[in-house]
Unconditional design. Structure first.
Length: 135
């Protein structure tokens, strides 16, 4: 079984690219950074040498990874994971209430049909949002 302990990143070694599995990170001379030979991204060493952070203008947030000695793992804080689930729960509740109030029921259908339809649409919307946020 492999150790999950984070290892300090050696600035003189090369590593596999965390974005694309086929690329290699090689050190950039006179800096504390690495460059990928495949995806052309630059990664800066942070947090005392235990984390690399991707320098990119394409993402609204910075992506960071920790080296376990064999592979990269995302350096997420548990706080951001909690916010995602809380946000999805709030959006689900608001969309459900909005759909319940705006779905106009024909005379032949009951309130049960409206609740089921609103529930289905809410779950579908939250699922789509979750899929978009997973990346």
């Amino acid at each position: 079984m492999q150790s999950q302990k984070n290892h300090k990143i050696d600035l003189n070694s090369d590593y596999p690219c965390p974005c694309r599995r086929r690329g290699r990170l090689t050190p950039i001379a006179l800096t504390e950074a690495f460059g990928c030979n495949r995806c052309q991204q630059i990664f800066v060493v942070q947090e005392g040498g235990y984390v690399i952070e991707q320098l990119s203008t394409n993402y609204p947030y910075k992506r960071a990874w920790r080296w376990s000695g064999h592979q990269w793992s995302m350096a997420h804080s548990s706080l951001s994971r909690g916010y995602l689930s809380l946000t999805l729960a709030i959006i689900f509740g608001l969309v459900f209430l909005l759909l319940i109030t705006t779905l106009q029921s024909p005379l032949s259908t009951s309130i049960t049909f409206r609740v089921i339809a609103a529930l289905f649409l809410s779950v579908l919307l939250v699922f789509m949002l979750w899929l978009a946020c997973r990346r």
